[in-house]
Structure formats: C-alpha cells, structure tokens
Design a protein around this ligand. Structure first.
Ligand SMILES: N[C@@H](CCC(=O)N[C@@H](CS)C(=O)NCC(=O)O)C(=O)O
Length: 206
C-alpha cells in the first residue's frame, strides 16, 4: 500500500512540529528530506508555495500547513491526548507564536538582515511571548495544564531556536520554568526520533 509522503527539512521548526505529531501518532510514512535551495519538482507541483512541511496522502490529498498536518495526524491517533486541551486556548498561543513571536525570532536570529533596530530590541520583542509562556508554566507543567497539548508541541521548536541564538543569555534569563519545559522536550525520546537524519531526497535517483 502506498504510504503518505512527507516533504520535510530536519531543522525547520514547522517541519519539526509536524513530525512530532506524525511520529506520536505512529503514522507510517515516506520521509523526503529536501534541500530548500533545490526543491524537488514533485513538491513544487503538489504545493507551488514551496514551503515544508507538506504531506501528500495516498488518495492524493495534499496538506501544506504544519498545523493541518498535526491535526490530521492526531485525528488518526492521539495516544498522548494532545488534542484534549482547550482548542481555543491552544490556538491563541500558537497564533502569537506563528505571528509576532516568529517575526521577532527571525529578526533576533538574523539582525544583519533587519538593520532598522539593534538585535536587543528584537530579543525584547520576543521576550513578551517568553514571559507569557513562563507565566502559564508557573501555573502548570505544560502550557495548558498538567499534560502536553498541541500548543506545547507546536511552539517548542521555535523556543528552541530563540534559545539557541544566545544560549548563555537564555541560560541566565528570567524564564526558569520555560527553560525546564524546553529541556523536557529536547530530551524526550520523541524529539530524538524526529531529529534522526534522513539522506536528502534526490528525485533523479528515486
Ligand atoms: N505556514 C507554513 C510555514 C512553513 C515554512 O515557512 N517553512 C520554511 C522552512 S522552516 C520553508 O519551507 N521556507 C521555504 C524556503 O526557505 O524556501 C507551515 O506552517 O507549514
């Protein structure tokens, strides 16, 4: 039987969140690791916008947003109950993450591309979201309660990137609960599985 095809990029936070859900749901897949500089023609044919992750189901249906892929995967099988939490609250956190926070993250990570402001300003913009997460994590071990949800899984790959820009600063920053939460995800067996290396997919020899 044909397997769903996942176009992915190992270090992409959107692809990470999709892989977390696909792996948690134990979906059998063909993973095609792409080079973002040389995207496979088939990827561009099924999803001309050319971002990853993209999932093509055996019936031909194409899911081209990471959150859509997560929802689909967890609707098949959600052994850890990531969809159990309040969906509206999860969407609230995720929309800030994917909006203002992602914008600040890009600027903080590549300040040379955004010379309008010093890097510190971009970090401070991102910290508004860190503070929101820290406050939530002071109430309970995960963003929406006592167990993990879509929100935790969808957001932690972006916090990982933010933390890595200046690891020393993050280690001493005012977000201890967030640091523990992030560490918990980075040390999880599931994260190790989704970060395994796949050879870059080569259409010519596939
Ligand atoms: N809204 C999309 C965003 C995906 C996205 O922007 N992925 C980046 C990599 S992290 C990408 O593929 N960029 C295209 C490129 O760099 O050419 C989603 O949630 O899946």
């Amino acid at each position: 039987m044909a397997l769903p095809i996942l176009y992915s990029y190992r270090r992409c936070p959107y692809a990470m969140r999709a892989r977390m859900a696909l792996w948690a749901a134990n979906i059998q897949l063909e993973v095609r690791e792409v080079s973002l500089r040389d995207k496979p023609a088939h990827l561009l044919q099924i999803s001309p916008k050319g971002t990853v992750p993209v999932l093509q189901l055996p019936d031909g249906k194409v899911l081209e947003q990471s959150l859509e892929i997560m929802q689909w995967a967890l609707a098949q099988h959600d052994p850890q109950g990531w969809l159990h939490a309040d969906g509206e609250a999860a969407n609230h956190f995720i929309s800030i993450n994917d909006g203002d926070f992602k914008q600040a993250l890009d600027r903080y990570k590549y300040p040379e591309r955004y010379p309008e402001q010093p890097q510190l300003v971009y970090r401070q913009q991102g910290e508004q979201f860190l503070l929101l997460l820290e406050t939530a994590l002071q109430q309970h071990p995960f963003l929406l309660g006592d167990s993990a949800s879509m929100a935790d899984v969808a957001i932690f790959p972006f916090i990982r990137q933010f933390a890595a820009v200046d690891a020393e600063w993050f280690a001493g920053s005012a977000y201890p609960q967030l640091r523990d939460w992030l560490e918990g995800w980075l040390e999880s067996p599931l994260f190790a599985e989704i970060m395994q290396k796949f050879p870059t997919y080569n259409e010519m020899i596939a």
